[in-house]
Design a protein around this ligand. Structure first.
Ligand code: AMP
Length: 267
């Protein structure tokens, strides 16, 4: 595996792969890899001849009061884990590399980016859409892999790719969970044992909502009831939305940590 920090190097290495007819897969990440990230890499290495993983904690998708400064970082552990899954290139740009002096062009997705996460985190999806566009432009992959854990992100990125006629396929991969049901997230590292026990109400609420939906009931009201029974959680939202298919999505806060999760209501 090559660890590259400059876009120009990535372009030049991949030009050779492309000339040799090799297909390129991209897995955009912010690092602190867990089994959810590794599943995306494995999906790409199974499908594509060359897998590029980007590791970039994108300042543009964090709000001013969010956890950018304390976001978990472990570049050497990440490099070891990525290499073990057969990744060809780990691209670790600096903020300066992605947003050089004078950078002033933004990709601003519309209505879909204004609800749910977008309503709670203004500008978040503008940051996501912009960095993904830049990464797609540098890597020019045939496919880019995203996790359904961030279902709204999948839907927004698919919309951007469609609207701007970008020549790549967005592949959505299932959410990877711990055996207790909690969706893996780099932010789970922030949770104390007690907070983690409280956080389990989130997947429980979504499963209860899904079961209610299947039985002809109201998924949102059912999920809200389960969350209301856990006093340590503050609920940001529970909603059904078309996020690349009908989806029950929720966001909660446990102490200072914000967690999101979702279930698809139909396969
Ligand atoms: P992040 O590093 O949090 O920006 O995530 C990078 C990619 O990994 C995104 O496409 C996420 O949706 C995906 N991802 C994060 N957690 C999970 C998970 N538990 N299961 C599947 N994919 C995930």
């Amino acid at each position: 595996m090559r660890l590259l920090r400059n876009a120009a190097e990535v372009r030049s290495v991949l030009a050779d792969d492309r000339a040799a007819g090799r297909s390129i897969g991209l897995v955009p990440t912010m690092g602190a890899f867990h089994a959810g990230h590794l599943a995306l890499m494995t999906a790409s290495t199974a499908q594509d001849d060359v897998t590029v993983v980007s590791l970039f904690v994108n300042p543009a998708q964090f709000g001013p009061s969010e956890d950018l400064a304390r976001y978990p970082r472990d570049e050497s552990g990440d490099a070891t884990a990525a290499e073990a899954t057969g990744v060809g290139i780990l691209f670790v740009p600096s903020a300066q590399e992605i947003y050089p002096a004078g950078f002033d062009t933004w990709v601003d997705p519309g209505e879909l980016a204004a609800v749910l996460e977008g309503a709670v985190r203004p500008g978040h999806f503008r940051g996501v859409a912009t960095v993904c566009t830049t990464l797609f432009s540098i890597v020019q992959p045939a496919r880019a892999y995203f996790g359904r854990k961030d279902a709204q992100q999948v839907a927004v990125v698919k919309q951007v790719v469609r609207d701007l006629a970008m020549p790549l396929e967005i592949v959505a991969c299932p959410t990877v969970r711990d055996p207790d049901g909690l969706a893996l997230s780099s932010r789970n590292a922030y949770l104390s044992a007690d907070q983690r026990a409280s956080a389990l109400a989130l997947p429980r609420a979504l499963e209860a909502g899904l079961a209610a939906h299947r039985g002809g009931g109201d998924p949102v009201a059912t999920a809200e009831e389960v969350l209301a029974a856990e006093p340590a959680l503050a609920v940001d939202y529970v909603a059904v939305a078309d996020l690349d298919g009908p989806t029950l999505a929720a966001a909660v806060r446990v102490g200072p940590t914000r967690l999101i999760d979702n279930v698809r209501l139909e396969d």
